[in-house]
Design a protein around this ligand. Structure first.
Ligand code: FES
Length: 407
């Protein structure tokens, strides 16, 4: 296939000329191209010359085309020797181009080659009656119907040695032959019954945009599931608000146990013993009273299930706002345990921002806590300062009800 030479001089004709009809046709083809670009017509002219000359191109025809297109002979020879569709030596009346590429090989091309050898001889040999010659070529693009051959301008596919022999018999006898698949199937449809792409909806246009509809349905389902989960989480959180777990005494308040304080010891008359200590203890008593707002002699009773925190004075009231800064309050419901009612109460108190809460000290927190009415105890129990500090830093919980604080 790679070496393509002109036929032997002995069989080369002396000259070549187009028939008057082909000459007229050639002129119209050349006229399609702008002046100076006539060379673009080289392939159609060579093809017509080959058709006129029993499907092979003699040297004289190549030179004739070169003269018509004002091209050097070598340029036209390059084209004729490059493209395998140009036959450079005589071929049979039925010129068989047999595909020998992998798919056809795997499907039995070897057996078809064997038939060619037995009936015609080696490649490029023309039978004595001039009817047949054959050539192995590369893929002819009908791999779905392998093995196959091209005879002159037609494809014959799905061949077996038997069907190919019959085809050659019919051609030799001048009987009509059927082009295309030789096994009864239509085109490259599946052999036997059609068993794929049988749904009529595939062809009536009803599936246009179906993938978009499916994606929209899947998205709606996912949103529905997420909403249901969020509702369940909200219900759980609301339940927790209505039925709070018994709170443990706050571990950070041991100093509030009056009996353990210097003030209490002073009040009980146990300490101080030294007169100099007495003044210190009295001072401590005063400070404790101011700080926790409780007289050391009357410590609050500590219930088993509820932290009892002594009230703090208004001195520890945190800075409160008349309205949210920039007219927009933070979503206080992101604090775990704060629902719509509690958020509304906080707004009434003048609490609108995470940063506000994060800036409080423990006594500020307790002042707020003791002013939460029915929700009293929540601020300390749910560690609002800690939660608000996280939220003020930009962190956000996965759920819109906040994250339950640990411990
Ligand atoms: S491999 Fe034979 S037609 Fe493609």
């Amino acid at each position: 296939m790679s070496v393509r030479r002109l036929a032997a001089d002995a069989i080369q004709p002396r000259d070549f000329a187009f028939t008057p009809e082909n000459q007229a046709w050639a002129r119209t083809v050349i006229a399609k191209y702008p002046a100076g670009r006539q060379a673009s017509a080289v392939i159609p002219l060579l093809w017509r010359a080959q058709e006129q000359h029993d499907y092979w191109l003699p040297k004289a025809a190549i030179e004739h085309v070169a003269g018509m297109l004002d091209m050097p002979n070598i340029r036209v020879l390059e084209v004729a020797t490059f493209y395998t569709m140009f036959n450079l030596e005589p071929v049979g009346k039925h010129f068989i181009q047999l595909c020998g590429t992998t798919p056809c090989r795997l499907r039995g091309a070897e057996d078809i080659i064997k038939v060619c050898r037995e009936r015609i001889g080696e490649q490029r040999h023309v039978t004595a009656d001039g009817l047949f010659s054959w050539l192995e070529v590369e893929c002819l693009g009908a791999c779905c119907n392998a093995p196959m051959v091209q005879i002159n301008n037609d494809y014959y596919e799905d061949l077996t040695p038997e069907s190919f022999n019959k085809l050659l018999d019919d051609l030799a006898a001048g009987r009509p032959v059927k082009v295309g698949p030789q096994n009864g199937r239509r085109s490259s449809e599946p052999e036997g019954a059609v068993n794929t792409l049988t749904d009529p909806a595939l062809f009536d246009g009803s599936l246009v945009g179906a993938w978009q509809k499916r994606f929209a349905e899947e998205e709606a389902k996912a949103k529905e599931a997420a909403a249901a989960k969020e509702a369940a989480d909200r219900a759980e959180a609301a339940k927790a608000v209505e039925n709070p777990e018994p709170a443990k005494p706050a571990p950070t308040q041991p100093a509030l146990k009056a009996a353990d304080t210097p003030a209490a010891r002073v009040a009980d008359g146990k300490e101080p013993i030294h007169p100099a200590e007495k003044a210190k203890a009295a001072d401590a008593t005063t400070r404790l009273t101011e700080t926790v707002g409780v007289a050391p002699k009357t410590p609050p009773a500590v219930a088993a299930t509820q932290p009892v925190l002594a009230p703090v004075s208004d001195e520890h009231k945190p800075e409160l706002l008349a309205a949210p800064k920039d007219g927009k309050a933070d979503d206080l419901e992101l604090i775990w345990g704060v629902g719509p009612k509690l958020a509304e109460l906080l707004h009434k108190l003048g609490v609108f921002h995470f940063s506000q809460i994060a800036s409080w000290n423990e006594l500020n927190l307790r002042w707020i806590d003791q002013n939460l009415g029915a929700f009293k105890g929540r601020a300390v129990r749910d560690k609002w300062i800690e939660q608000a500090a996280k939220l003020a830093s930009g962190w956000r919980p996965e759920k819109s009800i906040g994250d339950k604080p640990q411990g």
